[in-house]
Design a protein around this ligand. Structure first.
Ligand code: SF4
Ligand code: FES
Length: 331
C-alpha cells in the first residue's frame, strides 16, 4: 500500500487513492487531533463518479513525487484527480504557494458570482461562501459587469438560478447517475457556458431533488423552501420514515412545529450520506409523517453553522481562561 505524507501527517492508503481522499482519511482517523488538512472541494463529490477536476479549489503542492522519483511535480495539482504514489509528500495548508493560488481560484470563481448572500437560500451552508471566507481576499479586482440569467423553474420543486452557478458539473452528474431521464446539461463553452434544461424541460424523476443537495452554491434551490427562513433560524433534526424508494433517512429543518424543508443528511464534507427520493423531500412536510430521532449536530463546515459559533464560543472561553490565569499569575 502506498504511503503518502500530507502536511506532515502520514498514512498508508489503497492503490488508486487520490491525494484528496488520503487527506480526508487522515482527518477521519479516530483520535486525529490536528488541523483539517483536507483540501476544500467545490466540484468533487465522493458519491458521483467522474466528478472533480473542474474548479481547482483542491490544488496542492507535491513536493516529493514518490520514493522512486523524488522530484517535485512542476505545477500545483488538483488533489481530487491525482493519485498518490508510494513516498509522495504533499503540502496543502503548509504551502504559502498553495494558499496564494487558492486565493486566485476563489477570485476567479467569484468573478461571475453575485454577492447576494443576504437573500440567497444557500447562505449559511454555501460551499463558496466558506471557500471565500477561509481562502478568499477581502476585495475584488473585477470591474466588468457580471453575467446574469433569468431564473428558471425546473418543474414544481426546483429553481435554477444560473447567475449563481459556478459550473461545477455536480448537478449534471447527479442527474445523469441518479435519474433515468436526464434533461439538463451544460451548453456552450468558456464564459458562455450555462446549465440548461433543454427548454425548461421538467426533470420528472423520483430522485431529481438531489441536484439541490449536491449544488455547492445557491444555483439550484428547493422551491418549497425558498425565502421561508434563513437556515440558521431552523432546527435540524434527524428523522426517518419507511419509504419504498429510498432509505427514508433525512434531516428535517424545523421552525416551531413546522417542517420547512427536508434534505438528505450531509456528512462532514458537506456531501449527502444517502440520496433521498422526491416524495420524502417535497411531499412529507407534516411532523406526523416522520419518526424524529433527535437534534442533528451540524459539523463545523459552514460559515454560519451552529457549530461555527460553538467553536468561536469555545475559543473565546479558552482565551478568557488564559487571560484570567495570566492575571492570577501576575498577582
Ligand atoms: S447548478 Fe449548481 S451543481 Fe449545477 S453546475 Fe451550477 S453550481 Fe454546480
Ligand atoms: S474539487 Fe478538485 S478540481 Fe474541483
Amino acid at each position: 500500500m502506498p504511503k503518502v505524507t500530507i502536511d506532515g501527517h502520514s498514512i498508508e492508503v489503497p492503490d488508486g487513492t487520490t491525494i484528496l481522499q488520503a487527506a480526508r482519511m487522515i482527518v477521519d482517523q479516530p483520535g486525529y487531533q490536528g488541523e483539517n488538512i483536507a483540501p476544500p472541494t467545490m466540484c468533487y463529490h465522493s458519491k458521483l463518479k467522474t466528478s472533480g477536476g473542474y474548479c481547482r479549489s483542491c490544488i496542492v503542492k507535491v513536493s516529493k513525487g514518490s520514493e522512486k522519483d523524488p522530484r517535485p511535480m512542476p505545477k500545483l495539482v488538483a488533489s481530487c484527480r491525482t493519485t498518490v504514489m508510494d513516498g509522495m509528500e504533499v503540502q496543502n495548508t503548509t504551502s504559502p504557494e498553495v494558499l496564494e493560488a487558492r486565493r486566485g481560484v476563489v477570485e476567479f470563481l467569484l468573478i461571475n458570482h453575485p454577492l447576494d448572500c443576504p437573500v440567497c437560500d444557500q447562505a449559511g451552508e454555501c460551499h463558496l461562501q466558506d471557500l471565500g471566507y477561509e481562502n478568499g481576499g477581502a476585495k475584488t479586482r473585477y470591474d466588468f459587469s457580471r453575467r446574469t440569467f433569468a431564473k428558471i423553474d425546473i418543474g414544481p420543486y426546483i429553481k435554477l438560478h444560473m447567475t449563481r452557478c459556478i459550473m461545477c458539473f455536480r448537478c449534471v452528474k447527479a442527474a445523469d447517475q441518479l435519474t433515468d431521464n436526464r434533461f439538463q446539461g451544460m451548453l456552450f463553452r468558456g464564459d458562455a457556458s450555462e446549465i440548461s434544461t433543454y427548454i425548461e424541460k421538467v426533470i420528472d424523476n423520483d430522485f431529481s431533488g438531489n441536484v439541490i443537495d449536491v449544488c455547492p452554491v445557491g444555483a439550484l434551490t428547493d422551491r418549497t423552501f425558498r425565502f421561508k427562513s434563513r437556515v440558521w433560524f431552523t432546527k435540524p433534526m434527524n428523522a426517518h420514515r419507511s419509504c419504498t424508494k429510498c432509505s427514508g433517512k433525512v434531516a428535517l429543518w424545523e421552525k416551531g412545529n413546522e417542517i420547512l424543508r427536508v434534505t438528505s443528511r450531509k456528512d462532514k464534507w458537506g456531501e449527502p450520506e444517502e440520496f433521498i427520493c422526491n416524495e420524502c423531500r417535497f411531499e412529507k412536510k407534516h411532523i406526523n409523517d416522520w419518526v424524529i430521532e433527535g437534534p442533528r449536530h451540524i459539523d463545523p463546515h459552514s460559515v454560519i453553522s451552529l457549530n461555527h459559533y460553538e467553536n468561536v464560543l469555545a475559543k473565546m472561553k479558552l482565551d478568557v481562561a488564559k487571560q484570567q490565569k495570566q492575571l492570577a499569575d501576575k498577582k
